[in-house]
Design a protein around this ligand. Structure first.
Ligand code: GUN
Ligand code: ZN
Length: 432
């Protein structure tokens, strides 16, 4: 049965430029697997005559937009959002590791996973590349929850067999056995995907990193996720642990952990040679501006990434990040873009166009994850995970969005003033 939604419609072309139909029509129909996909999209006048059989839902005053894609988030850190700390390493020690140690308990894992999915969906995030913890129970709880909700979601067991306290530290050999079993159990089941997840180089032995690289080669369509070059003390620590590597990022390259579908959070203290390596290996950066501002980590260099054409997309990095809302993340990315930095890290200030910020949190993020044409857009063929936005959700939003003369002004009003109240409904491409 074909369904159609009539409202304003935002999507992106192949170049990542926005396409907006003031009076649009989105037509969806189930595929062979029973999953709703976009079959047609465009102006109501052009699309409607092609689908006289569609059951049309009219949503006046609303905007249909692709579900957001969060390229880096930690579901077990839901409860430690806003934990104050002088910086990354004490934050990990004092808040993160104690909170994550509780995920040895399957019931706790399930309870937090439920809260996490509710929060993602309320905020319009339909796909995320997600850290679990080092406990198998956390991965099972996450995938079970995502499967029940029929979401396209990616996670993996964290690998951390050194420099980690009791309660989160794992055992080298067992960690790799568990990773492979979890890949076999969950990867490509329904819309679920597995990510091989070394926490970061300082907390994995060479043997664990090597094993992760071997699994990444053996299961070539899995994801890889980790952290790199987020904080000066962390970079210094990695340099001491790997004195022979050209750079911190190069440590991962040496273990075969840079390839398509590999995503590294932060990438602040990297150079152009690292960026070229990312471009050549199709490895993406997950830019996490609320986290970087909150933890005082530094400022991602959008200009340098664009100049080198190294792939990246936006991410909340909850709980280092302070919000599940993509609107907050896009606004923080704009602030970070604005910021000029001189010194160890040097970058020029920019004014990133609102449609570009939006692309980097939807279709661009999906492309960086190797999911181009699957999620993050509303072009024909895409899975129909989409949002019904109410641009009049608050009095000020109503006023500002009505005053907008251009698409960029409209998008910027929503980025600057928006939060979960803008997301009236999150529609998931369900089976059946
Ligand atoms: N580096 C290693 N682990 C973490 C983490 O949990 N959060 C952040 N922001 N950085 C990390
Ligand atoms: Zn992170």
């Amino acid at each position: 049965m074909k369904k159609a939604y009539r409202a304003s419609l935002l999507r992106f072309d192949d170049a990542g430029l926005p396409v907006f139909d003031e009076d649009g029509l989105l037509v969806v129909a189930p595929d062979a697997a029973g999953r709703q996909r976009v079959v047609d999209a465009g102006s109501h006048a052009a699309v409607s005559p092609r689908h006289p059989d569609a059951d049309v839902t009219h949503l006046p005053g609303r905007i249909l937009a692709p579900g957001f894609v969060d390229m880096h988030i930690h579901f077990p850190q839901t409860d430690i959002i806003g934990a104050p700390s002088p910086g990354l390493l004490p934050w990990l020690e004092n808040y993160t590791f104690p909170a994550e140690s509780k995920f040895v308990d399957p019931a706790h894992s399930r309870e937090v996973a439920d809260v996490f999915f509710d929060e993602l969906l309320r905020n319009g995030v339909t796909t995320s590349l997600t850290f679990a913890t080092s406990h198998v129970a956390s991965v099972d709880a996450f995938f079970e929850g995502a499967q029940r909700r029929r979401l396209r979601m990616i996670t993996g067991k964290v690998l951390q067999d050194r420099n980690s306290p009791d309660g989160v530290r794992d055992q080298t050999e067992q960690s790799l056995i568990d990773t492979e079993s979890l890949i076999r159990k969950w990867h490509n089941v329904d819309r679920l995907g597995y990510a091989i997840t070394p926490r970061f180089a300082p907390t994995s032995t060479d043997a664990q990193m090597r094993g992760a690289g071997e699994l990444a080669a053996k299961y070539g369509d899995t994801w890889i996720q980790s952290h790199v070059a987020e904080n000066r003390d962390e970079v210094q620590w990695a340099r001491e642990l790997y004195p022979k590597s050209r750079s911190y990022l190069d440590v991962y390259a040496g273990f075969g952990l840079m390839r398509e579908r590999a995503v590294y959070a932060h990438c602040i203290y990297i150079d152009d040679e690292d960026r070229r390596l990312m471009r050549e290996t199709k490895t993406a950066a997950a830019v996490s501006p609320t986290s970087n501002l909150f933890l005082g980590s530094g400022f991602f260099d959008f200009g340098a990434a664009d100049r080198i054409e190294s792939p990246y997309g936006l991410a909340s990095d909850v709980g280092g990040g302070t919000s599940f809302s993509p609107f907050h993340t896009m606004l923080a990315a704009y602030y970070v873009g604005r910021t000029t930095v001189e010194g160890i890290q040097t970058k020029a200030g920019l004014s990133i166009p609102p449609s570009r910020l939006w692309w980097h949190h939807t279709g661009g993020a999906a492309r960086s994850l190797g999911l181009d044409g699957v999620v993050g857009n509303l072009q024909p063929g895409c899975e129909a995970d989409f949002l019904v936005l109410n641009p009049a959700a608050t009095p000020l939003l109503a006023r500002k969005t009505k005053l907008a003369n251009t698409l960029e002004e409209l998008l910027f009003a929503m980025i600057v003033l928006g939060d979960d109240r803008l997301v009236e409904r999150t529609v998931i491409s369900q089976a059946g």
